[in-house]
Design a protein around this ligand. Structure first.
Ligand SMILES: [Zn+2]
Length: 115
């Protein structure tokens, strides 16, 4: 399996990141009318600016691991991690959206289950 920017897993993750960013930008500057401390704390954790920072980090990780190479054995490999492709980093990132209807179970890491 060749892993590059056109791989379905990469496209899936980048699309979800773009959706997260769109939601963050849509609610930027809007308030919440629930002043309970636990709600304010949650909103502080999930605020739009923080979501955009997280999205930028996720996007950069995808960029670092989306470039595939072919090994001397002919196997597809991540340029950063080696074989197999898609690498564990991309698989783990995809599980952030494991409940999305377009998520494919074969992308889930075989040795780690971060559910
Ligand atoms: Zn990698």
């Amino acid at each position: 399996m060749v892993c590059d920017v056109s791989h379905p897993l990469v496209e899936f993750v980048l699309t979800r990141i773009a959706e997260d960013e769109a939601v963050a930008r849509a609610v930027m500057g809007r308030g919440v009318h629930d002043n309970r401390p636990e709600v304010k704390e949650w909103i502080g954790l999930a605020n739009p600016n923080r979501m955009l920072v997280w999205s930028g980090v996720r996007r950069r990780l995808v960029e670092l691991h989306a470039n595939g190479i072919t090994t001397s054995d002919g196997d597809a490999a991540c340029q950063q991690c080696g074989p197999p492709a898609p690498c564990m980093t991309l698989r783990l990132l995809s599980t952030l959206y494991g409940d999305h209807p377009d998520f494919q179970e074969q992308w889930r890491p075989l040795t780690t289950s971060p559910r």
